[in-house]
Every structure is written in C-alpha cells, then in structure tokens.
Design a binder for this molecule. Structure first.
Ligand code: ADP
Length: 391
C-alpha cells in the first residue's frame, strides 16, 4: 500500500521500498522505533493512527511530516485499505528548534551573567567585610586608646594623691623631729639634761617610722611595676614561723602572748615559695593583730592543711575588730580606720603590701571580723606556689 503511494513522487521505480526511498533507511518501517509503520500499527489496532516521520525530498532535504493514517473496512469489517495523509510540519519544527536553541543560548547567557553578577557581588561583599573589619578594629583601637588615656589620667591622679598622702604622712614624724630638736636645743641651754633621753627616743621612733614608710613605699612601687624579684625555693613553713616568732618576741619583749597551734601534726611543712616575702606578709598581719588588740589579749596562729595543695594559716586576735563597711577598704593604700584606732601608730600601707605580695606568691586572703570581738586573717598558701582557689 505504502509503495503504491510512493509512485506519486515520480522517482519510483520497481524494486525500491518506501522506507529506502523516503527515510533513506535500510530497515523496514516498524522495525525502527523512530519510524513505526502506520499500516502495520493499524493492521494490529484497527484504529486511526498518527505519527511523526522524517522523510527525504527528491533533492535529499530532510523534512518532518505528520502522518495521519485511517483504516477503510469492507462490509464484513475486514481491513481493505489504509489512507495516509502527510502534513509537512518542517517549518514549524525548525522554528520550534530555533526557539529552543535560542532559549538554550539565552539561558546560557543568563547563567553567565548571573555568575558574573554573583562574582561581582561576592567581590563587593568581601570588600564590604574587609571595610567592616577595618572599621571594627579602628573602633576597638579607638576604645583602647580612650581607655588607656582614662587610665593614664587615673594613674596620674592617683600618683598625685599618693604623693600628697606621703607628704601628709611624713609631716607628723618630721614635726616631732623638729619640735624635739628645738626642745633639745632649749634644754641644752638651760642644762636640763634629764629631759634629753625622752626627746631623743621620740626622734628615733619618728625616724624609724619614716624609714619603715619609705621601705613600704619602695616595695609597693616595685609591686606596682611588677618588678618584685621572687626567689622561690623549698622552705619549711614551720621554721619560717618560728623564725618570725623570734623576731616578734624581741619586739614585744615578752609582754604579749602569741599561741601557735599546728594542726597538721607535721613537725615540718615543706613548701616552695619566696621565704622573705612570705615572712613579710605574715609579720605584717601578726603585728597588726598585736597592735589592734589589748595587751592582755592573746594572738593565735593556727596552721592546718586545707587541701592536698593548700595550707591554711590563720592569725586570730580578740581586739577592736573591723566593721563591715571598713573591711573592703583595709587593703587600700593609706587606709586607716581613724574612728577606732585612736593613737595607734601606722601609716596604712601594711595591708596594701600584704595584698600585693600575696598576689605575687599566689596566696589567697580572707578576712572575717567583728567590732569589739576581734579579727581573723586566713591565708591559703600553696605548697608549690601554684594557683588554686579555696572553695
Ligand atoms: P596600719 O596598721 O599602718 O594603719 P595597715 O594597712 O596594716 O595599716 O592596716 C590598715 C587598717 O586596717 C588599719 O589602720 C586598721 O584600721 C585596720 N586593721 C588592720 N588589721 C587590723 C586588725 N587586726 N584589727 C583591727 N583593725 C585592723
């Protein structure tokens, strides 16, 4: 049937098949999936059938056809003929392909542009981030600058306060020295020599007060600058306390009672620290305990193990005590509770030095006190100058 149709093309000649002529194919239509034979399909289905075929013209140009095939049946319902109509849709298909290609090209271009845009955006974002970082670090350095300027102001204010405090503290012993020497001069002239020793003693006490204050100020200055030179070595804490007791006994001349309780049951307590500065810390606290309590009140020194790495050393007195309001200030330079201490000598630097040295030796200090009842200074001393906080 199909072969008879090809006759119409004029180039038909006997022996050539329709599939060789129209599809340039060696395969019979129906054997290839792209060219199912409409006649064969209708033979099986008995229904009209439409399919797209690629056909070649007389001049061999490839064309697209929509093949519509209709079955013709006789009165008995037997298939006797198939009518095929071919619609050339090449133009439509080529236009669609062109549009498709254009679309692909367009999509590619859009993708390329989007990529270029993203790259430009990323670059901008990076530049923005870098600018942000720069402005942040500028802001931080500005803040730091402001802080250090403020600190500098504070320090110079403190320095001038410190200087005026020192000169104020120096005025009292200097006045005593001056008036005593004037009196000495006067009594020398009037030959009242019996009045001399008292005046000379006053001068000596004032000079030693000034010496002590100078020593304290120098030590404080060193600790402020962080130039305390620690000579850490293995020492025996019990021995240090015994040595201190000997020094203090000379000072109190047997007039005061100091009770030493060693709760560790060890005759020696080996620690690694700077013995010179540790002695200074303990001595300042013991001397205060003696100073700020009555002559008949004892001072107790308790030594116990606080943890595997900390020794607790407590210095307890039953003296005037410190109010809650004052307890936060006692480590401040030149702070003295003038309401309570009356004429007790001192210049308010002892505990400041204690705190600075304790920090350098990793010693924690706790103070508990009650007015009229007494005070307890607890030192937590590391066995090997390692930082560990008490619970
Ligand atoms: P100073 O004893 O030379 O005044 P410190 O720095 O040693 O200076 O002490 C500061 C202040 O803390 C003292 O003036 C006193 O008011 C108070 N203080 C220190 N230790 C005691 C104590 N054991 N009992 C009562 N008050 C104390």
């Amino acid at each position: 049937m199909a072969n008879s149709a090809t006759k119409a093309r004029g180039d038909y000649y006997e022996g050539i098949t329709c599939y060789a002529l129209t599809h340039h194919s060696a395969e019979e239509c129906g054997n290839t999936p792209e060219h199912p034979c409409p006649v064969e399909v209708i033979k099986k289905t008995k229904k009209p059938y439409s399919v797209m075929h690629i056909l070649y013209d007389n001049d061999n140009t490839k064309r697209h056809y929509k093949v519509n095939a209709y079955p013709i049946f006789d009165n008995d319902g037997k298939l006797i003929q198939v009518i095929e109509s071919l619609i050339d849709v090449t133009g439509e298909i080529l236009a669609k392909e062109k549009i498709k290609n254009l679309n692909i090209e367009l999509e590619q271009k859009v993708e390329e542009r989007t990529q270029q845009l993203n790259e430009a955006l990323n670059k901008l974002q990076n530049q923005n981030d870098a600018l942000k970082n720069i402005s942040q670090s500028l802001e931080i350095s500005n803040q730091n600058l402001e802080k250090s300027l403020e600190k500098e102001k504070e320090v110079s204010l403190l320095k001038s306060e410190f200087v005026s405090m020192i000169s104020h503290e120096y005025r009292t012993p200097l006045t005593i020295i001056l008036t005593s020497s004037e009196l000495i001069e006067k009594f020398l002239k009037s030959n009242e020599l019996e009045k001399m020793p008292k005046l000379i003693e006053r001068i000596q006490v004032s000079v030693s007060d000034m010496e002590k204050m100078l020593e304290d100020i120098l030590l404080l200055g060193k600790s402020e600058k962080g130039i305390i030179n620690l000579k850490n070595k293995q020492v025996d804490l019990i021995q240090i306390i015994n040595e201190l007791m000997n020094t203090i006994n000379v000072y109190i001349n047997g007039k005061r009672e100091i009770i030493l309780n060693n709760h560790t049951n060890n005759k020696t307590l080996s620690i690694i620290t700077d013995a010179y500065y540790l002695k200074q810390i303990i001595q300042n606290i013991i001397l205060n305990a003696l100073k700020y309590s009555a002559i008949d009140q004892p001072v107790i020194i308790d030594i116990s193990s606080y943890s595997e790495s900390l020794i607790k050393l407590e210095i307890i007195d039953f003296g005037m005590g410190i109010s809650d309001k004052d307890i936060d200030n006692i480590f401040e330079p030149f702070y003295r509770n003038k309401e309570n201490i009356g004429s007790i000598r001192g210049h308010g630097l002892g505990l400041t030095i204690v705190k600075k040295l304790a920090d350098a030796l990793n010693i924690q200090i706790r103070v508990s006190s009650e007015l009229e009842k007494g005070s307890k200074f607890s030192l937590f001393i590391p066995l090997s100058n390692q930082i560990e906080s008490p619970r």
